[in-house]
Design a protein around this ligand. Structure first.
Ligand code: NDP
Ligand code: MG
Length: 393
């Protein structure tokens, strides 16, 4: 059997490096052809030496120039966003793992779809912002999209051999994040370090903040809606702090199928690569007796308004989903730079969403222009908030 040829967009991040760990465990099954990063030059150099890909891309042009001086032989060094698009459609690749962060993944994902690649989709923002555009393109070009996000991989596995028309409800589980149980006033002044301290998953900074605000779960409602072609009212989020049940599907006859396992992203990453087959994976295995209990709670959507807004956007569909994502992206970036308060994230997104005029059946151009508008609007509101605070001091 020929090895599956893989391109990783975002190979230096949390999902990217875990994908490489899966590849390391099965050197005969998988072959790395393309690696990309934004600016992590040193780590990319190490990965190039180990995996000897055909092409690499650094979006940061200056870093890419430095890399060109370092690489020897026939490795193609691409740069900028056009380089990322080229990496996504690289000819010798069978499967593209989309593990960049934010909706910069949208264009390269569309390029990979047009080139009829199999997509292992981790980059959920792509589906939140451009769900209808991406799904339509996948259908048109016959490209398969396999989810990597643990909840969506769980649903994918629960639906194996099932008829999606017989779904009663999709139950997305949610750890609750580091602030589970807190009320709104208790979230005033929480720090970046507290927000980054996720109780169960170790992930990149942006998604960890999204998990603290519960925007991540709001995004996942959108992601499930597009991947499984169900309406938002058929998707329910339930807090399950142990993060062992990764999600469930209830069928019309009342039967519920769940997928369980330790919280280790290498499991859904490998399944995206090997499905419908399963092959061994060296990860910690789950022990029921040691675990003792599974608990469930209703999410508090008044405190964690991001989840509420995510569900609202999914119900509305259209460019508002893209606005939700772009506004969140901008606000989280500012929070990670210590420029704004934690609660500014949700308050600002609400203002931006309220100000947006929704386009219900958007084209790619509508999505990109809504994205641009939302980023600008968010920056302006955040600036007003910080100026007001400075004037008070
Ligand atoms: P990380 O921040 O750890 O990694 C992001 C990767 O994307 C890095 O390789 C980074 O390069 C690259 N990147 C960042 N910005 C740009 C840019 N502007 N242009 C090109 N490349 C860029 O993120 P994660 O791995 O945590 O998450 C990746 C995606 O997967 C996200 O969409 C997230 O929501 C999703 N996801 C992640 C999970 C996890 O467990 N981590 C679970 C489920 C979904 P560089 O190193 O140079 O900055
Ligand atoms: Mg998830």
């Amino acid at each position: 059997m020929n090895a599956q040829r893989i391109g990783i967009l975002g190979s230096t991040g949390s999902i990217g490096t875990q994908t490489l760990n899966v590849v390391d465990q099965h050197p005969r099954e998988f072959l790395i052809k393309v690696l990309t990063a934004h600016s992590s030059l040193d780590l990319l150099k190490t990965q190039i030496e180990k995996y000897k890909p055909e092409a690499v891309c650094l979006v940061d042009e200056a870093k890419a120039d430095e890399l060109k001086k370092h690489v020897k032989g026939s490795i193609h060094v691409l740069s900028g966003y056009s380089g990322l698009d080229e990496a996504a459609r690289w000819e010798s690749v069978d499967t593209v793992i989309t593990a960049v962060v934010g909706n910069i993944g949208l264009k390269p994902t569309l390029e990979a779809i047009k080139a009829k690649k199999k997509i292992g989709l981790a980059n959920k923002e792509t589906l939140v912002s451009g769900g209808p555009v991406v799904m339509e393109a996948a259908k048109k070009y016959g490209a398969e999209i396999v989810p990597i996000d643990s909840e969506h991989s769980a649903i994918f596995q629960c639906l194996k051999g099932e008829n999606v028309k017989e779904i009663e409800k999709i139950i997305l589980t949610c750890s609750g994040g580091p602030f589970r149980g807190k009320k709104l006033h208790e979230l005033e002044g929480v720090t970046k370090e507290q927000a980054l301290n996720h109780p169960t998953w170790k992930m990149g900074g942006k998604i960890t903040i999204d998990s603290a605000t519960l925007m991540n779960k709001g995004f996942e409602v959108n992601e499930a809606m597009w991947l499984y072609d169900v309406t938002a009212d058929k998707i329910e989020a339930v807090i399950h702090p142990q993060s062992i049940i990764h999600s469930m599907v209830e069928f019309v006859d009342g039967s519920i199928i769940a997928q369980l396992g330790t919280h280790d992203m290498r499991i859904p990453i490998q399944y995206a690569l090997t499905h419908p087959k399963r092959i061994p994976l060296n990860v910690p295995k789950f022990d029921f007796v040691h675990a003792k209990q599974f608990t469930f709670e209703k999410p508090d959507m008044e405190t964690f308004e991001c989840l509420k807004m995510g569900i609202e956007a999914a119900r509305m569909r259209g460019t508002v989903c893209c606005v939700l994502n772009a506004s969140n992206d901008t606000a989280v970036e500012a929070f990670l730079k210590n420029e704004i308060e934690f609660l500014d994230i949700q308050h600002t997104i609400r203002e931006v969403m309220n100000a947006h005029k929704n386009v219900h059946h958007p084209t790619l151009e509508d999505v990109l222009s809504a994205d641009k508008w939302a980023r600008k609007e968010t920056k302006e509101i955040l600036m007003q908030k910080t100026d007001l605070r400075k004037n008070k001091v």
